[in-house]
Design a protein around this ligand. Structure first.
Ligand code: PXP
Length: 239
């Protein structure tokens, strides 16, 4: 049965809109855990546009499940991770001007840098996942640089407007899951998943954890975080 990691970045986005102290992602993480989340995910961006260093430090102390820190493969971020010691780090590409992460890491192009960061994080006892497109070359290279997990970028599947394209993208995800498992990698998936499009990915099987943020927090605004997390947890568990 797959697990659900709840990304609470958008709680921090609302807080930063007024530069105050509410709503607090630490409180949101506690509610998400009580509602059945298997883990909490936050992305500490280089520009600190939503999650702050204080949030990561406090989450490390307060959450009962697992902390997954998404971050760029930079020396600054690796130093933060080695200080905070999250259970897992997911390395993601990062551009300052983007609204959200726009695609997977190019592990082939940046293999030397990524291998160095993967080695440092793993030596620190942290499980390392690489956020990659459902692309066989990237998956093979993720294995080669020593990652424990890949997180398959589901954004193109989620954005597909036409049924034919949706099917093509879903089949790429299926092939990526199989290829990653064959290499012995753990498989996570995320980006753009919502209460409707997650079902067909869950039906493929083989994914250990889904990292989902925007759709859960959007639903939480209307129905409450507890209910929003419970409903998504049921879906990723195949309900
Ligand atoms: N996984 C990764 C690597 C991400 O960068 C994000 C967005 O921060 C997510 C999952 C969650 O995506 P969404 O907010 O679209 O559910």
């Amino acid at each position: 049965m797959a697990k659900l990691g709840v990304n609470v970045d958008h709680i921090a986005t609302i807080r930063q809109a007024r530069g105050g102290s509410e709503p607090d992602p630490i409180a949101a993480a506690a509610i998400a855990e009580l509602a059945g989340a298997d883990g909490i995910t936050v992305h500490l961006r280089e520009d600190r546009r939503h999650i702050q260093d204080r949030d990561v430090l406090l989450l490390r102390k307060t959450i009962q499940t697992r902390l997954n820190l998404e971050m760029a493969p930079t020396d600054e971020m690796v130093a933060v991770a080695l200080k905070v010691l999250p259970d897992a780090v997911t390395l993601v590409p990062e551009k300052r001007e983007e609204l959200t992460t726009e695609g997977g890491l190019d592990v082939s192009l940046h293999r030397l840098l990524i291998k160095k960061q993967v080695d440092l994080l793993r030596q620190g006892g942290i499980t390392v996942s690489l956020f990659v497109d459902p692309d066989i070359e990237q998956i093979k290279m993720s294995h080669r640089v020593g990652a424990d997990f890949i997180e398959i970028h589901t954004g193109t599947y989620c954005d597909a407007k036409k049924e034919e394209m949706r099917k093509t993208e879903l089949s790429k995800i299926e092939t990526a899951i199989r290829a990653g498992r064959k290499l012995g990698l753990g498989i996570n998936a995320g980006h753009g998943l919502n209460y409707w499009n997650v079902r067909d990915v869950v039906a493929l099987g083989g994914v250990e954890e889904y990292n989902i943020g925007h759709s859960i927090i959007s639903r939480a605004v209307l129905v409450g975080l507890d209910q929003a997390v419970r409903e998504m947890a049921a879906l990723v568990r195949g309900g």
